[in-house]
Design a protein around this ligand. Structure first.
Ligand code: CA
Length: 233
């Protein structure tokens, strides 16, 4: 089973250390951020299965982080942590898109159970896919079997041909693929067939996955030779 990745946003060092240690002991892969800015950075960089978010943070506060992340990722389970004195924040947090909350101080067992339950409800445990059915790069996560992708700009549904092309790019990451080869592998066409379709596909992939589609860093044109996919520019 793939490991669930958790983004833990908590600025109190001792609490953060304790939660991090215990989450990792449960087998989760954890990224810790101690400010709202760092949380958004991490979120835009890597795909996560769940977010644990302290609401009172220095800088960009937890509510704003919650709002921004929920906007980009409608299905990510979000657990907010609030102080007992902040009942109004808790309500605002749920309104900002959080799924559940814990009031500090909470027991570690309760915390871990809550996370397990949220992951289960989100369907994460059901996705026992071989690694090749998932591919993550540059803040995007593609589910090749379900033909969907989560990108920093939101959820995308992909066509069968787009998936076919993505599989080829992912399998041969870093290699230059000639236009003729791509046409043949994706469409089964002879190399001398009309190739504008291929260019349109590349434009679409860039629009879905590139931070700036006009200046691609993942789906690159190699002049005179073809295209090259780079996972980490
Ligand atoms: Ca705090």
């Amino acid at each position: 089973m793939p490991q669930a990745r958790i983004l833990l946003v908590e600025d109190e060092p001792s609490l953060a250390r304790g939660l991090l240690f215990n989450l990792e002991a449960e087998g989760y892969v954890v990224t810790h951020a101690d400010s709202g800015e760092k949380a958004l950075e991490a979120f835009n960089r890597d795909p996560f299965s769940l977010l644990v978010l302290d609401l009172s943070l220095p800088g960009i506060d937890g509510l704003e982080v919650c709002r921004q992340i929920r906007e980009k990722s409608p299905r990510l389970p979000i657990l907010i942590l609030t102080a007992r004195s902040q009942e109004r924040d808790r309500v605002k947090g749920l309104a900002a898109g959080a799924d559940d909350y814990l009031t500090k101080p909470f027991s570690l067992d309760e915390f871990l159970l809550r996370i397990k339950g949220m992951l289960r409800r989100s369907g994460w445990y059901k996705e026992e896919l071989p690694p090749s059915d998932f591919y993550a790069f540059g803040g995007n996560e593609v589910n090749l079997r379900e033909q969907t992708a989560t990108t920093p700009r939101g959820e995308v549904s992909l066509t069968e041909l787009e998936i076919k092309m993505l599989r080829i790019f992912f399998d041969r990451e870093g290699e230059i693929l000639s236009r003729a080869e791509l046409l043949k592998l994706v469409w089964g066409m002879a190399p001398d067939t009309e190739t504008r379709t291929l260019d349109n596909f590349i434009v679409r992939l860039r629009r879905y996955f590139e931070p700036d589609p006009a200046n691609p860093v993942h789906f690159l044109t190699v002049r005179g030779r073809g295209y090259r996919f780079v996972a980490q520019p």
